[in-house]
Design a protein around this ligand. Structure first.
Ligand code: TYM
Length: 339
């Protein structure tokens, strides 16, 4: 069992990152350990170069992201926790895979289409080839399980296509080089939506702070954001089909269900018929309870630059070692000798 996943250190991690991915980093790190496997979680700082960024901010955000992940329960003793920039094999393998990935495949990526909008010509090449680096990230470690939110599913399918084509084109049939990675997506919290608009996902890049709960928000801020979250005038339905066409109501119920582990049907059984005035404080309290210890641990860790850098250095050393066999084999399969 090889668990591999990454998160971009751009902006503050939010509730969508937590429920969609980080909760499963923590769950799978234990499962991998129990199965005698490995868990690799990295900060995708090379991916962050695909869009305009401030170098000083990237350095600060990278450290803060390590502190947040550890505060959420990613344990550097169980997980190989590192940043891409310290493991050159990611960028190297991306170049080798660039020969296999097709323009047409990348052109179909919805995230490329959304982010580039009408201005494709003005985008960085890194934004376009971003999914090839993501494929290299997981294929380098022969990932079996990739915990992600639903928005990354298409990128993972592309990684599988690249792996399959490389195996077909360059490896003997009975000795494929790359393992085909499986996305591991939480059924309940695959896509947490903005608190201001239930039809767009909660995102670090949304200009409105009110659209998301940051994992480091304090109790007052959380309660305020939930109170102001967009809703409609109807009471909550008693059954799931009553959530149809009510994106904001569905989102708040989904969040509560994911936080408490109760099914949507049970939550609606309990709160159906009530207005948001009654439900929002319950949701806010549940969030405060879950985020309070994370917040406290983050505060303890965030200023210990030395300790955070040491975690990354240790993780990177291990990641470099684990990546070598696959990188060597990829060079060899292509008729090259790695220097
Ligand atoms: P990023 O940094 O945008 O998000 C990190 C993780 O959080 C999940 N996520 C969400 N899940 C549910 N609801 C949401 N609103 C939400 N927003 C974000 C994402 O699906 C992701 O799992 N390209 C990736 C980083 C990456 C990566 C990889 C991931 C680079 N290489 C290799 C997996 C494997 C990204 O930008 O994630």
């Amino acid at each position: 069992m090889r668990v591999v996943s990454g998160i971009q250190p751009t902006g503050k991690p939010h509730l969508g990152n937590y429920l969609g991915a980080i909760v499963n980093y923590v769950k799978l790190q234990d499962e991998a350990q129990a199965a005698g496997g490995e868990c690799f979680i990295f900060l995708a700082d090379l991916h962050a170069l695909s869009q305009a960024h401030d170098p000083a901010e990237l350095t600060v955000n990278t450290r803060e992201m390590v502190a947040t992940l550890v505060a959420c329960g990613v344990d550097p003793m169980k997980t190989i926790l590192f940043n891409q920039a310290q493991v050159p094999a990611h960028a190297e393998l991306q170049w080798l895979l660039n020969g296999t990935a097709r323009m047409g495949w990348l052109n179909r990526m919805t995230q490329w289409k959304d982010k580039a909008g009408k201005n494709r010509e003005g985008q960085s090449i890194a934004l376009f080839t971003y999914p090839v680096l993501q494929a290299a990230d997981v294929l380098l470690y022969q990932a079996t399980h990739v915990p992600v939110g639903e928005d990354q599913k298409q990128h993972l399918e592309l990684a599988r296509d690249i792996a399959q084509k490389f195996n077909n084109d360059f490896c003997p049939e009975d000795a494929p080089l790359f393992t085909l990675p499986e996305p591991y997506i939480p059924p309940a919290a695959a896509r947490i939506m903005s608190l201001r608009d239930g039809t767009v996902k909660m995102s670090k890049s949304d200009p409105s702070e009110m659209s998301r709960i940051s994992l480091t928000d304090d109790a007052d801020t959380i309660m305020k954001k939930i109170k102001k979250a967009k809703t409609d005038a109807e009471p909550l339905p008693s059954e799931e089909k009553g959530l149809e066409g009510r994106a904001e109501a569905r989102n708040l119920i989904t969040i509560y269900s994911a936080l408490t582990g109760k099914s949507v049907a049970d939550v609606l059984g309990e709160y159906g018929g009530q207005g948001f005035g009654g439900f929002k404080p319950v949701l806010g309290e549940a969030l405060v309870e879950i985020l309070r210890p994370i917040n406290a641990r983050f505060m303890e860790l965030k200023d210990d630059q030395e300790a955070l850098d040491a975690i990354l250095a240790r993780g990177a050393a291990k990641a470099r070692e684990h990546g070598i066999p696959t990188l060597d084999a990829a060079y060899k399969a292509l008729g090259l000798v790695r220097g």
